[in-house]
Write a protein that binds this ligand. Sequence first.
Ligand code: G6P
Length: 357
Amino acid sequence: SETDKGTYEYYMLKEIDEQPIVIRRLLDKYFGENGEILIGDQIVSDIQKADRIYIVAAGTSYHAGLIGARMFEKWAGIPTEVHVSSEFAYEQPLLSENPFFIFLSQSGETADSREVLQNVNRAGFKSLTMTNVEKSTLWREATYALPLVAGPEIAVASTKAYVAQVTLEAILAYAMSERIDLDLEQELSTIAVDIQAIVDDKAVFQEVANELLVPATSTFFIGRGSDSDVSLEAALKLKEIAYVQAEGFAAGELKHGTLALIEDGTPVIALLTQPKTAGLVRGNIAETQARGANVYRITTSVLAEEGEKGYVLPDVDPLLAPLLAVVPTQMLAYYTSLGRNLDVDHPRNLAKSVTVQ
Ligand code: G6P
């Protein structure tokens, strides 16, 4: 059954491996036979009427929101803000005249997000919840709800729900776009195949984790644009299941403080999937190497250069690159946790669903 670990030692790896299936399931659910998008005309037109989208979420779902916001702005042309729900609930920003709220939540039960939705409902604003749990509280209380169809996610560290959220955000942004020059259905099915190839490279990531991250006391993930968003998620994963102090951030910020922490042998994982800024990130990589950093790159085939240490992803649309780039980082976190003999699925101090504020 779907909640059976089968031959896997931990649910997390099983859930990482399920990501290609999850994308295919989303394609089946949200694309019709003639390529039309089956999201519901009412949802799409309500969001299109809004002057601003507010994405509200916590943890990994918040990180998925950062990626989605770029799609809503670039593809659909709607200004989009992303907020951590525990902040939004008590420090509500000034809202636009006609806001639309999107709640992202694997469980649909995160208390901080529920608090925000109650405020939103009281104010009479419309909302959409994207969640993996149908009939959950955020599902029931929002104006609209769309299922992530990722199947039960059991490991505390979220993987396939993140990929499902980013994929569904892409489909929604695409539905609202003025026919951008991209066949999203085709692109996503290629991405599913590409993820399959990445998850088949387990031995590669186990070796890198053992060499670079298992012995590390701290590590840095850097990138620009959506690579900086993936950096945040990559760092979170490593912190939560492997207990390695990790920071993820916009590569250009390095020289404004963090560079002081780079010492001989410090692991730096550089995400390099955005053609527009690849040259700048290369410069940032060089800055860390000059201080002795041990750099590992996650890059795409068009951006990779001969002789560089790292993992090369297939070429992909820059806005969709996070769907590929995140997968090696999930596996690095997994194998670092394993290499440190930790209980991957049950990290200390953490809960799968946080129902207290
Ligand atoms: C907990 C989980 C995280 C998750 C966050 C938000 O902290 O451990 O993995 O990202 O809650 O959960 P949600 O169910 O709202 O996505």
